[in-house]
Design a protein around this ligand. Sequence first.
Ligand SMILES: [Zn+2]
Ligand SMILES: [Zn+2]
Length: 266
Amino acid sequence: MYTDLHTHTKVFSPDAEMSIEELMDTAVKKELSMVAVTEHFEYKNPDPNDNIQTFDLGLYTKTFSSWKERCPSDLDLLMGIEFGYQTHTASEIDEIAGSAPFDIVLLSNHLFRGVDVFYSDVVYKLPVKERHAEYMAKMAEMVEKCNNFDVAAHYDYVNKRNPDSVTNMCYDDCPSEFDRFFEVLIAKEKALEINTSTSYRRNSMPDAKVIDRYLKMGGKLITVSSDSHTKDNLGRLIPEMTDFLKAVGVRELCYFKNRKVNTFSI
Ligand SMILES: [Zn+2]
Ligand SMILES: [Zn+2]
């Protein structure tokens, strides 16, 4: 069984191109059993030029019900959200996450020194280890400060648009920051997302040591997701990533439905 638990539609995510019909049709064609729609919710986004902000959660809940009615019976469609974290919005994110009937809540760190990595002119000028340590420390802070979430998304987002196509987010770049991040995730029973978009954009798989360390520290909850904004990327690289994870010792993946975790063997 393949799941894709991080996707965006153009209905609520301004940077997406996929309609809900395209998402549902493509999911069935690609034999995905379950897809979570996780629209961007950038609460108090500091970038005035960024059009990704927030939307009406009542409208989303209502719209999602109508999507569910049109959803093919062989696809499980989950109502999700992706919160963009900032230090001063942690408690508000926790509160908003409880205000709609989500199946799954993703928490993301899109910012580097207050600017989305997509637009930052600072981030790739820094030495690799400094960049990775700083980003991972923020990921650790994010999972420490927030409680009402299910999945910490794309730990390697900082490299998503790295013009240098070789550099990967490696465990050895910042082991103490990785350990701090994993320790909290594991203690709070939240999941680690393996996001295939960094891989398909940059033609590289994650650092096996990252996965190995997470498992050794007792991590059990892993999701695999495409972070698709287009129909072509829906489910992209998920079978290959599942094989990769299997090869580095992962035996189970998980999903969240009604905010409850479920695991399945791979
Ligand atoms: Zn994201
Ligand atoms: Zn996303």
